[in-house]
Design a protein around this ligand. Structure first.
Ligand code: ADE
Ligand code: ZN
Length: 337
């Protein structure tokens, strides 16, 4: 009989993943065939080979082009199911998944198809994959904020099952304050708030996301280390940062994992989790990210448990659910002792 080995991976939450960024090349080709959409690559392998990026914008160009295959409610359901099935094997017990409504509306895909397809799979996620989920509608900061406000009103009117709002796409030149009205409306509606800030942009964007948008969580936020006063504040206020170290290297926000500020952020006492962002594009789901940072920084089991605990503490789950997950992380930590 096989020995019962302690699991090699901690249970964790994934808090920073773009649903559209989970599109695997194989599924892209399957959906392209189903919908009669052409792709400018002969096969999945050549598409995957194109995943070499200069910066965030070069990635966003391919990411946006890839979405052309997503047309029907069934496509969004298939995409969501594929992500959940994959991360169930990565130790993920809770996922907070962002989607980009505007990216589909501009292509004429109805909001009902997008939300309906995602929601019907998320409803069954706990039973089918053992993963609880929350959904976040992210707005494109390089588009007009009036459009974002309109989309938010439509999501509210249709009672979309979203826990909160986010802000993504090109950061430089589009400071958080442009979306103050949108986030104020979301707050008034009782929605939670997260925002990409300090990915390619300065630490000032992190400060502005907190002050102007009342962001409760920061996505990436790696430039915060340039401002020690701000680091002290986010430590004091226990602001969660959803860091995506492999994404940052692949998009050249930092040259290598060795030069990534993640260890400094942890050392400073920040509430930091590790996440995938857009896994197939960077060839790394969250378990691969765990492996990469464990190898790069020589993390101990205790430190890996600390990152996993931070993922639950930084989630939008109710405290009683967080406590259950923290006990599971603690059991994993001590099982290896
Ligand atoms: N959308 C998908 N991935 C993103 C990233 N890393 N930064 C901003 N917007 C994104
Ligand atoms: Zn992101």
């Amino acid at each position: 009989m096989a020995a019962l080995l302690p699991s090699s991976r901690p249970p964790r939450a994934e808090l920073h993943v773009h649903l559209e960024g989970t599109l695997e090349p194989d599924l892209a080709f399957e959906l392209a065939a189903r919908n009669g959409v052409g792709l400018p690559y002969p096969d999945p392998a050549s598409l995957r080979a194109a995943y070499e990026f200069e910066d965030l914008q070069s990635f966003l160009d391919l990411y946006t082009a890839g979405m052309s295959v997503l047309r029907t409610e069934a496509d969004f359901a298939d995409l969501t199911r594929a992500y959940l099935a994959r991360v169930a094997r990565a130790g993920v017990r809770h996922a907070e998944i962002s989607f980009d409504p505007q990216a589909h509306l501009v292509r004429g895909v109805p909001l009902e198809a997008v939300v309906g397809g995602i929601a019907r799979v998320l409803e069954r996620s706990e039973a089918e994959h053992g993963i609880s989920t929350l959904l976040i509608a992210a707005f494109h900061r390089d588009r007009d904020s009036a459009e974002a406000l309109d989309v938010l009103e439509r999501l509210l009117a249709m009672d979309a099952p979203i826990v909160g709002v986010g802000l993504d796409n090109a950061e430089v030149g589009y400071p958080p304050r442009l979306f103050q009205d949108v986030f104020a409306r979301a707050e008034l509606a009782g929605l939670r708030r997260t925002a990409h800030a300090g990915e390619e942009g300065p630490a000032a964007n992190v400060r502005e996301a907190l002050d102007a948008l009342h962001a409760e969580r920061i996505d990436h936020g790696i430039s915060v280390v340039q401002d020690p006063g701000l680091v002290a504040r986010v430590v004091e206020q226990e602001v969660p940062f959803t860091v995506c170290p492999v994404s940052n290297v692949r998009l050249r926000a930092v040259p290598s994992l060795a030069e990534h500020p993640l260890p400094a952020m942890i050392e400073a006492g920040m509430l930091v989790s590790i996440n995938s962002d857009d896994p197939p594009y960077f060839d790394a789901y969250v378990d691969d990210v765990d492996d990469a940072v464990t190898a790069a920084y020589g993390l101990t089991r205790d430190q890996r448990a600390g990152l996993a605990a931070a993922s639950f503490r930084g989630s939008f789950l109710a405290q009683d659910r967080v406590d259950v997950h923290l006990a599971e992380v603690e059991a994993w930590r001590t099982a290896g002792a």
